[in-house]
Each structure stands twice: as structure tokens, then as C-alpha cells.
Design a binder for this molecule. Structure first.
Ligand SMILES: NC(=O)c1ccc[n+]([C@@H]2O[C@H](COP(=O)([O-])OP(=O)(O)OC[C@H]3O[C@@H](n4cnc5c(N)ncnc54)[C@H](OP(=O)(O)O)[C@@H]3O)[C@@H](O)[C@H]2O)c1
Length: 280
């Protein structure tokens, strides 16, 4: 089975590369943005023609949440046109698409975990383009899994955990917001869940489970709680202050609450998901 991964130098892409040796039954093809620019449809066709993948994990995205507010066209081209291109080429080669989306499609006014049926209502450019990317995939190719995730971190790339550890080495005090609630997701756990979806789907011949799924680690916390746990585990000496979002204005407005309900992915694929703090 051939699984092609776009955006392979990102956090999720590198996490999939980290896991790949555990899955000898899968031949992974890892494509960086130089190997496969998802905004270039001709290149998409050429790469798919060469590898004829059974599955494609679209881990490529424009992920700079704040920068997207001043670069909406760039975010749109990658997150909407790029997603559409990948869905089109998947359709041409009968490749099942696993497309990754985000909790930022929601505005965060809900008080209980978001299910796959909740209607998106993004507050910023990034969330809007990711939602439009989902719609482009849905309208283009039915053989898709859209996996929404949240607060992704890992030993790879840029993320909140690494930023906290870097700041702690430069400062004596760090202030972190405590009124945005969500769930951190270890990118390696997300990568493993995607592989489980592929293995389950590949075994099935008559039924299909295509559609939207939520995946994050279990539990919930604020960014302040997340930072506190990062420092606790690393035995970092730092004064950590809890502040409200109003004291830390950012170009993009973030959802105040974005915990995802994982019942559907657990029930459909038999996944057991670790708590966010245990896997940190
Ligand atoms: N990070 C989070 O907290 C978070 C939360 C929720 C959902 N997600 C979603 O999870 C997925 C993976 O995120 P991540 O954290 O792994 O992102 P990431 O580390 O920012 O990686 C994104 C990758 O996409 C590549 N890319 C950008 N433009 C491209 C293009 N035109 N063609 C091909 N590749 C391109 C980048 O390559 P270059 O480095 O070469 O530009 C990079 O390797 C994304 O769909 C993201 O929206 C992330």
C-alpha cells in the first residue's frame, strides 16, 4: 500500500516519518513543499502519476494563524486551492484522501465539546480558509476523511511547547492566557491515528466511513495549564503568570473554547486516546 504525504517537513509530516518504520506494510512517499507544491496542479498530477498512491495524507497547510490576517490571499491559495487541487488529483487516481483541519473552524462560544455535526463559524482568516478547504475537499472527492485536530505540538518544527522552553531560557517571567480552553495534541499521536484510519479503511471492502472526524488527545486545559505542565515536566524554574486574553491581544481572534468530542473516531476506528498531560 502506497501512502503519499504532502507537507512532509512540517510537524505532522515529520511525526509520520518518525512512525513510518513501525509500519512495514505501508510504503510511504514523503513530499516536501519543494517535491510537491499543492498549489501547482500540474506538479500534483505529475507526482501522483509517478507514485499512484492508495492514500494521501495532506499535511501541507498555511498554519501561521496571526500572519494569515495580513496574508489572506496566501492562506487561501494554500488552504483552499491547495486542498482542492489535492482532492482533484486524488479523484483522478482513485486515492483516498486524509485531509487535516482544525478546531479554529469554530468560534469557541460552545461550553461542551464540539462534535463533527457542529456548524463551523471561524473568527479569523486561518480558520476561515481551513473551513473553505474542508468544503472544497467535500465538493470534489467523496473518498475523503477530514480530521480536525487542535493545539498540535511535537519534538519537530515550531509549536507552543518549544516556544515556552525557549522563552524560559531567555526570561525570568512568562505570562500565558488562562481563559482559552482546548486540548493539546501530540503530533505523533495524531500521525498514529491517521495510520490506524488507513489500515482500517484498507481492510474494509463494502462499507465506507468517509467524512469528518475529530482527533486530539483527551482532557482539556488552558494554555496556562499547558505551559505549567511543560515546565513541571522539564523541571524548569520560571515565574509563570496567568493572564486573560484581553491582556495579550493578537491579530487573530482565537476560540475561547475548542475542546473536540472524539466519540466518533474512537467508536469507528477503535482508537484509545491518551490524556494530553500523560503523553506530554
Ligand atoms: N499546528 C497546530 O497547532 C495545528 C492545530 C490544528 C490543526 N492543524 C493542522 O494540522 C496540519 C499539520 O499542521 P503542522 O503543525 O504539521 O503544520 P506545519 O508544521 O506548519 O507544517 C506545514 C507544512 O506545510 C508545508 N507547505 C506549506 N505550503 C505548502 C505548499 N504550497 N505545498 C506543499 N506544502 C506546503 C510546509 O512546508 P515549508 O515548511 O516548506 O513551507 C510545512 O512543511 C495542518 O493542516 C494544520 O492546519 C495544526
Amino acid at each position: 500500500m502506497v501512502v503519499l504525504v504532502t507537507g512532509s517537513s512540517g510537524q505532522l509530516g515529520q511525526s509520520l516519518q518518525y512512525l513510518a518504520p513501525n509500519y512495514q506494510e505501508i510504503q510511504f512517499v514523503f513530499c516536501t513543499s519543494a517535491d510537491l507544491n499543492i498549489t501547482n496542479i500540474a506538479q500534483c498530477h505529475a507526482v501522483f502519476k509517478q507514485y499512484q498512491p492508495d492514500y494521501c495524507i495532506n499535511a501541507a497547510a498555511y498554519t501561521a494563524v496571526d500572519k494569515a490576517e495580513s496574508e489572506p490571499e496566501k492562506a487561501h491559495i494554500i488552504n483552499v486551492i491547495g486542498a482542492k487541487n489535492i482532492a482533484e488529483v486524488c479523484k483522478a487516481y482513485n486515492t483516498v484522501l486524509l485531509h487535516i483541519s482544525t478546531d479554529f473552524v469554530f468560534n469557541g462560544t460552545k461550553k461542551s465539546p464540539y462534535t463533527e455535526e457542529d456548524i463551523p463559524n471561524p473568527t479569523g482568516v486561518y480558520g476561515k480558509t481551513k473551513w473553505e478547504g474542508e468544503i472544497a475537499v467535500q465538493q470534489t472527492w467523496e473518498k475523503h476523511f477530514i480530521v480536525r485536530t487542535s493545539w498540535v505540538y511535537s519534538q519537530f518544527g515550531h509549536n507552543f511547547m518549544k516556544t515556552m522552553l525557549r522563552l524560559a531560557s531567555e526570561r525570568d517571567t512568562i505570562s500565558v492566557v488562562n481563559d482559552q480552553i482546548g486540548t493539546p495534541t501530540n503530533a505523533v499521536d495524531l500521525a498514529d491515528a491517521l495510520v490506524q484510519i488507513i489500515l482500517t479503511d484498507n481492510r474494509q471492502t463494502t462499507t465506507d466511513n468517509f467524512g469528518i472526524y475529530n482527533f486530539s488527545n483527551e482532557g482539556q486545559c488552558s494554555w496556562y495549564d499547558f505551559a505549567k505542565k511543560i515546565f513541571e515536566i522539564n523541571k524548569t524554574q520560571i515565574e509563570l503568570k496567568a493572564i486573560p486574553t484581553s491582556s495579550f491581544p493578537t491579530p487573530a481572534q482565537r476560540p475561547a473554547y475548542s475542546v473536540l468530542d472524539k466519540s466518533k473516531i474512537k467508536n469507528t476506528f477503535g482508537l484509545s486516546i491518551k490524556n494530553w498531560d500523560a503523553c506530554l
